[in-house]
Design a protein around this ligand. Structure first.
Ligand code: HEM
Length: 485
């Protein structure tokens, strides 16, 4: 292969990259060291803010293959009969939640499971976790919750006492705690865990009907998990290595993609609030339907450019798929693009990993790094054409809105805006049911894991937590209490 010249970032060949220019052998530097100055200046700017949560992650490309025609439920282009057996490209990022970029892959922590579907009508993002529920049902508490799970502000050390102090005051978390502290709490690898939208989302069709849905991704590799003791022996980067190596070796991980579907009428009659993120829809009430396969088959070319700069958001939706009244979801619609403008800049959707594989035509102009998207298949999104709407140039190729993509109206009844206290909603029934179906060994692992952390909390925190376990199942309390003693 012909030798390639090392160059400056403006493309000029570099003759010597070992020695700076100095006045005499013993220095000092001269001011024409622009190659050195560029090298140092760029180095100073190599870091961008890490994600405030889910900072540690691993990404890969693959595809979603449709196996069921969903045209009765949705106009979404990639879910129609003519796409049966066809592949929609995806980028997936797995993550831990609480730790920073340099934390450990094997924390007892939920795992993020984000999928970007590059559809012909824009990017659809499913930004879920490996658990079907979440700790909260009101977004007002999210920053408080995350603070309580992060390191102590003074010592910068893990702070299990604060975690339980938060949970003692928020019984809505009990269902998720029961999953997190169970034998499922530390997946062996990203390949060996399920994924969930957790939220209720929606589909809508061309008859103006809306359906509430939950996404499920069942691992085809089988669930495999680690105990605390096993996790402590794993190498810190083990999960990243596992995913990268299995894809590099042609052992492509896959998931069976499923939906639970509920009509609006069924939602009105269901015995729980179907938009409460701390609750599941029981399978016996809403069985899962297989709709396709998710397969990961390509590693990234550059970790920073692709995985680190990937910007997923629940607000990235496409016609035929939409959100729901879940208030946590609503807050997320604002939080993610806001975080990404801060983390990556105003034009983050022009980065290759975020850029859709369909034309982008809008009237957004300028901003940091505008025009950096050579990958967009349509016009340059920052073209020099008309940049306002309405205009008189629609017949000359200027983009205009298309009413065929109008989402059906949502009936919210006679809703009254207020601050509704949901703290005392049923926090215990589903947590108790989950405890009830665990084997004796699983109950032992769950309650030992809880007691191992709760022991560091104040007595009053322990008492409030014991009262929560009791409300879920008296045996749950009994087992934790005996271990605390
Ligand atoms: C009010 C509730 C929530 C807020 C305000 C929130 C906020 C955020 C923010 C700001 C980020 C960083 C985004 C970035 O810098 O690119 C993030 C990442 C993430 N969140 Fe949330 N979050 C919430 C709840 C949830 C829930 C319920 C789930 C799962 C069901 C979830 C899953 C994720 C995942 C998977 C990521 C990582 C995305 C990636 O791989 O880049 N979050 N969240």
């Amino acid at each position: 292969m012909a030798q390639k010249d090392l160059t400056t970032s403006s493309g000029a060949p570099i003759a010597d990259d070992n020695n700076s220019v100095t006045a005499g052998k013993r220095g000092p530097l001269t001011f024409d060291n622009f190659q050195l100055f560029e090298k140092l200046a760029h180095f100073n700017r190599e870091r961008i803010p890490e994600r405030v949560i889910h900072a540690r992650g691993t990404g890969a490309y693959g595809y979603f293959k449709l196996e069921k025609d969903l045209s009765d439920y949705t106009i979404a282009n990639f879910l129609q009969a003519d796409k049966l057996g066809k592949e929609t490209k995806v980028f997936v990022r797995f993550s831990t939640v609480g730790g920073g970029q340099d934390s450990n892959d094997y924390a007892r922590d939920p795992r993020g499971f984000s999928i970007k579907f590059y559809t012909e009508e824009g990017n659809y993002d499913l930004v879920g976790n490996n658990t079907p529920v979440f700790f909260l049902r009101d977004p007002q508490k999210f920053p408080d919750f995350v603070h309580s799970q992060k390191k102590h502000p003074q010592t910068n050390l893990p702070n299990p006492a604060a975690e339980f102090e938060f949970w003692a005051n928020h019984p809505a978390s009990l269902h998720q705690i029961t999953i997190l502290m169970s034998d499922r709490g530390i997946p062996l690898s990203y390949r060996h865990m399920h994924g969930f939208s957790s939220h209720t989302l929606s589909l809508w069709n061309n008859k103006g009907e809306r359906f509430w849905i939950k996404w499920h991704l069942r691992t085809d590799q089988g669930i495999k998990t680690l105990t605390n003791e096993e996790a402590a022996k794993m190498p810190v980067n083990g999960n990243q290595a596992d995913l990268v190596n299995s894809i590099a070796n042609g052992d492509f991980p896959s998931w069976t993609v499923q939906l639970q579907i509920m009509t609006e009428k069924e939602a009105n009659e269901y015995h729980i609030n179907p938009f409460d993120l701390t609750k599941v829809w029981e399978y016996k009430d809403f069985p899962v339907i297989n709709i396709g396969k998710l397969v990961l088959n390509k590693n990234v070319d550059n970790y920073f450019a692709e995985t680190e700069q990937a910007a997923f958001s629940p607000s990235n939706i496409v016609p035929g798929l939409s959100t729901s009244p879940d208030k946590i979801l609503q807050a997320r619609l604002l939080a993610y693009p806001d975080a990404q403008r801060h983390r990556l800049g105003a034009n983050y959707n022009q980065l290759k990993v975020n850029s859709p594989e369909c034309p982008v035509n809008n009237n957004q102009r300028d901003g940091n790094m505008a025009g950096m998207c050579p990958f967009n298949k349509g016009d340059n999104p920052q073209s020099s054409g008309v940049n306002f709407y309405p205009n008189d140039q629609v017949n000359k190729g200027a983009p205009s809105p298309n009413p065929k993509y109008l989402e059906p109206p949502m009936d919210l009844g006679h809703a009254i805006a207020d601050r509704y206290d949901t703290m005392e909603d049923d926090n215990f029934t589903q947590a108790g049911k989950l405890f009830g179906i665990m084997s004796d060994d699983q109950k032992e692992q769950l309650t030992s894991n809880i007691a191992g952390c709760l022991i560091f909390a104040e007595k009053s925190v322990q008492e409030r937590m014991l009262a929560q376990f009791e409300a879920a199942d008296p045996d749950y309390r009994k087992r934790v209490e005996s271990k605390l003693k």
